[in-house]
Design a protein around this ligand. Structure first.
Ligand code: ATP
Length: 254
């Protein structure tokens, strides 16, 4: 189980040149096995929230709890997936996934095989990252995060660098994994359709300072169809929450 709570979180970056309030009064509770997407303009504090939840940033006011315990450092029950896959180019797929564990250990070997199968990369165990497409590399990154059976998966624009076709496939793959191996998901995305396709709730943020503007529950059954009327209604609703059509950045246009 993984229940995540942000309570009155405030985060300010202070430098000689400027003071930026990255997060102001952020309150959010992720229920066990819930899929929550965060969307909002550049600089509204999305990545900062993820880093705090991961335990990568502990300099903030307020509290962040994982199953009631303060998050104080990164740990294997919190998987993190970045926009770029961050694989080691000199290691094979299986060694990237095993990381510092030995593949000679039968339990490690078994778990590596399991997560490779989960991300549908069987047959590519011995391949090197340069032999993989962008989507396949990101699948390896997901497998690496799943290796330790995390209760919480934090995803920072994981499919942002992929073409639209591959991105749709990856969203479906992620959904399959989430539905089969329930875990709590916190996804940062700029893609409204991705948020609606995947999430139970969408947290819409605004910048300067970074605050939660609205939380939109997505009450659509899976599998969701991107062209359904109800999907399009949600798209309008999220666009509206983000600030209306006129002011949208190109990434938000439909
Ligand atoms: N290490 C840092 N030092 C100073 N300011 C920072 C630092 N990291 C983030 N910020 C500032 O904090 C604010 C929130 O940053 P954050 O990266 O969380 O935004 P974001 O919503 O993820 O943006 P994007 O969509 O562009 O990735 C921004 O104004 C950013 O410039």
């Amino acid at each position: 189980m993984a229940n995540v709570t942000f309570m009155n979180v405030n985060k300010t970056f202070v430098s000689k040149e400027s003071t930026v309030q990255a997060l102001r009064n952020v309150n959010l509770e992720l229920k066990q096995d819930e899929f929550v997407a965060i969307i909002g303009p550049s600089g509204c504090g999305k990545s900062t929230m993820l880093k705090i939840a991961a335990g990568l940033d502990v300099k903030y006011e307020g509290s962040v709890l994982l199953d009631g315990q303060p998050v104080t450092k990164p740990s294997i029950e919190k998987g993190f997936i970045f926009q770029e896959h961050r694989l080691f180019p000199w290691l094979t797929v299986e060694k990237n996934i095993a990381a510092n564990l030995s593949l000679k250990d039968p339990a490690v070997r078994q778990q590596v095989n399991k997560v490779i199968e989960l991300v549908k990369l069987s047959g590519f165990e011995k391949a090197f990252p340069k032999q993989l497409s962008g989507g396949m590399s990101q699948r390896v990154a997901i497998a690496r995060a799943l290796m330790h059976q995390p209760q919480l998966l934090l995803l920072d624009e994981p499919f942002g660098a992929l073409d639209a076709f591959t991105r749709n496939h990856m969203q479906e793959a992620l959904l399959d994994i989430w539905r089969e191996h329930r875990m709590t998901m916190l996804l940062v995305t700029h893609d409204i359709d991705e948020a609606i396709f995947l999430a139970d709730r969408i947290v819409v943020m605004e910048a300067k300072p970074g605050t939660i503007k609205e939380i939109i529950p997505i009450e659509l059954q899976h599998p969701r169809t991107r062209v359904s009327t109800s999907f399009m209604d949600y798209r309008k609703r999220v666009l509206y929450a983000l600030g209306g059509h006129e002011e949208m950045e190109p990434a938000y246009s439909i």
